[in-house]
Design a protein around this ligand. Sequence first.
Ligand code: FAD
Ligand code: NAP
Ligand code: MG
Length: 447
Amino acid sequence: MSRTAVIGAGPCGLAQLHAFEQARLDGVDVGEVVCFEKQSDWGGLWNYTWRTGLDSHGDPVHGSMYRYLWSNGPKECLEFSDYPFDEHFGGPIPSFPPREVLYDYIVGRAKKSNVRQFIEFDTAVRQVSFDDATQTFTLAIESWTSGESSFRTETFDYVIVATGHFSVPNVPEYPGFESFPGRILHSHDFRDAVEFAGRDLLILGSSYSAEDIALQSLKYGAASVTIAYRNAPMGFGWPDGIAEVPALQHLDGRTAHFADGSVRDVDAIILCTGYQHHFPFIDPALRLTTTNNLYPGGLYKGVVWTANPKLMYLGMQDQYYTFSMFDAQAFVARDVVLGRLPLPGNDTMAADVAAWLGRYAEVASVMEQIDFQTDYVRDLMTLTDYPAFDLDMVRQHFVTWEHDKDDSITGYRDKSFASPCTGTVGPAPHTTWWDELDDSLARFLKR
Ligand code: FAD
Ligand code: NAP
Ligand code: MG
């Protein structure tokens, strides 16, 4: 009987457990599957924590989500094809739910497939190494299940890494930070915009975190938000109170100086400067090293570690697609373990990776990025029996969504999309996103 370790019980780890369970329900012997989760509960980033800094075990806090976080893409673009939103919520719901609603959906499927029994909570994997002689992995495991820390090792035939890559911040430093008389934090530590009501904020970065934290800070009462970009502005039609300026040069006290010579006095600085793929618990020879991009090298089909195909990684790409892509990847990983998906030799796998990387190097625009990841998911879908969904519709939704954001950065979350699984069209929300301050599930589902 083979033993498989899944590290992490966020959306990817839960997708993996669900995939194995589907095969087991079909009468397949899936061997022993054990999932290790260092937090006390499942859901990964979607399991909101107020904590910043260290968790109760003294580990860096994993959570990067904050209060009042709404989905930034249509929920129809991430729908599980074997567990539609209609099934979970008993009818149609609007297309841009807040965090608690998506958490409920993720957990709903995990409960339905009864996978909690496979997860050891409060258990962190500290080291993953491979023994050539026995062809097995040894995991060093620290567990707090007994209340205090205890260590052990276990051996496995397969390891599936599902630990996410939006938790370890990339923290740059600019001249003058050391004497700035206010708070400087990374978006990883941002929790509640209300803290900045009445304040003049400086945000660094020009991606999703910068966009969303700027908007919600203003929504919850910031006096002004200045966003400094390093390469190119986001260029949205910002509401009054938000302005984009060229790169920060330095700070002089609380006065920020920008590349165009302009200056602003600010009270706090939020570094929306992205995250690192950081896996200190994996031996260097097995460790994925990459920037945040749509095709990390070394992974066949974006999943299988070509240098040692008994090791797999889920969700390591930058993400337009999320939950449905994670599912398609998890079905691939499962079928590798079950021997249903025979892998070609190392050279063939490396050539396949190289072909995708070659194509990725040609990708020049956001629309081409959407097409690239759509084609990647399409390729994954040919490999397993993960139930089909209308990928062309999802692709079109992403294109429409990008145009909606250009039309109105405060209004795009009020739009409705059709499900690629059931065809159901999300109803309009009862309150526009810009006017809605309550992010609770109860409020969202109220008719
Ligand atoms: P995670 O959700 O990060 O889960 C990884 C799990 O692994 C965690 O539970 C962690 O505790 C555990 N773990 C880590 N290391 C170890 C270890 N050594 N041992 C044991 N356990 C370990 N996606 C969307 O689709 N829509 C959104 O609106 C959206 N908003 C986002 C907002 C923010 C601020 C961020 C940062 C991301 C957002 N995402 C969004 C993307 C997000 O990456 C995915 O939705 C999803 O959470 C990724 O799942 P994952 O399982 O790969 O990783
Ligand atoms: P990201 O997409 O990786 O973007 C990182 C940004 O940091 C880039 O704009 C980059 O600038 C900038 N940057 C890096 N180093 C810098 C430096 N030294 N100085 C100035 N700028 C620097 O990371 P992210 O925006 O945190 O997004 C991470 C994930 O969270 C995404 O999946 C996103 O969808 C998700 N998210 C979702 C929501 C939501 O509303 N649901 C909110 C926030 C985040 P360049 O562009 O110049 O390289
Ligand atoms: Mg951009």
